[in-house]
Design a protein around this ligand. Sequence first.
Ligand code: GDP
Ligand code: MN
Length: 378
Amino acid sequence: MKLYEYQVKEIFSKYGIGIQKGKLAKTPQEAKQVAAVIGGPVVLKSQVLVGGRGKAGGVKIIEDLNDVEKAADKILKTEIKGYKPIGILVLEKIEIKQEFYLSIVFDRKIKKTVIIFSSFGGMDIEEVSKKHPQKIAKIYVEELLGLQDFHINRLLPLLNNDREILSKLKEIVKKLYSIYKKSDSMIVEINPLALTENGDLVALDGKMEIDNNAEYRQKSLTDTENKDVEDPIELIGKEAGFVVIKLKGNISIISNGAGLALSTLDLLDKYNMGVANILDLSGGATPEKVMRAIKVVIQDKDVKGILFNIFGGITRCDEIARGIAGALNSIPEGISVVCRLQGTNRDEGINILKDVNLDADTDLEETVKNIVSIMNRG
Ligand code: GDP
Ligand code: MN
């Protein structure tokens, strides 16, 4: 889950990383009030969960406080890459001497934490890596050793050998590393990290993405309005104890295992049939669990058909069938159900479904063809 800049900066400030004075405003009037308290030139920043706001009109420097309200109104009405801002961060404008880039990322490929620093901040790091690869340093941290001073000392050449800046940077890298660790983040990023005229380092922007698998132990960070950004059906699923993925189409896939669900998705795609959502029952589903799952997916307005793809192992097909049969009355008329049952107690399952007049097949492709023809009939 991503955090908004204003939330990231609250965390930065708790850990002693320098940030500008400022506050989140929800309306143009509020923005004006905050600016008045700051009392000088301000920066207005659209609060959305995507980067590149500067280029998209989401960051405005306002010299004259009389212009704040109008500019804030415009920013609030401007979508950035399809996202509506949830507010504006109003900050005191800082005079920048130089912009750096600093991030700590978990590199999935090599399964290590890497610290990325560049003396070319402010722009996309991808862009820097193309145009000025020699201005980027990557430092890999060994998990057992942790972050050490000598790691950070390697950045000295990129700082024109300025030891005073290095020692300030060292503090920030250490603090950022603590944040990264304590918050179970996949990435924490400061871009730009600004060097001011008086030689201070200030985080002008902040990005954080918390590992979704760690949400259960990061409740204080993740119980926020950011959840609104997830699709409602994913949230309904989560509250019912399932992982639901919202997609574009009309078929809901319910299966026991993510791999099985994805192969179903591929096969439906082969027949040009879009998928509304995927719900993973995972192992050992009971009839009650199946009924709960059906209750979730039918709340997705896009769903016109449900395809069960079950491969019984620990999960028993008859249990699944009992759940489907039990939920049948609650499924709206416009939604068709087809089932592919294979594995443990397959035949019992198919018989249970036959009794309630439901199609069931042991072959996945046949089942997919079946729902495709039902959908094409309308
Ligand atoms: P992003 O485009 O979403 O990454 O938004 P940023 O917060 O990084 O802002 C974009 C750019 O606006 C930065 O790279 C800076 O060049 C500029 N900017 C942001 N805040 C200030 C500030 O306080 N003073 C000055 N002079 N420029 C700023
Ligand atoms: Mn930025």
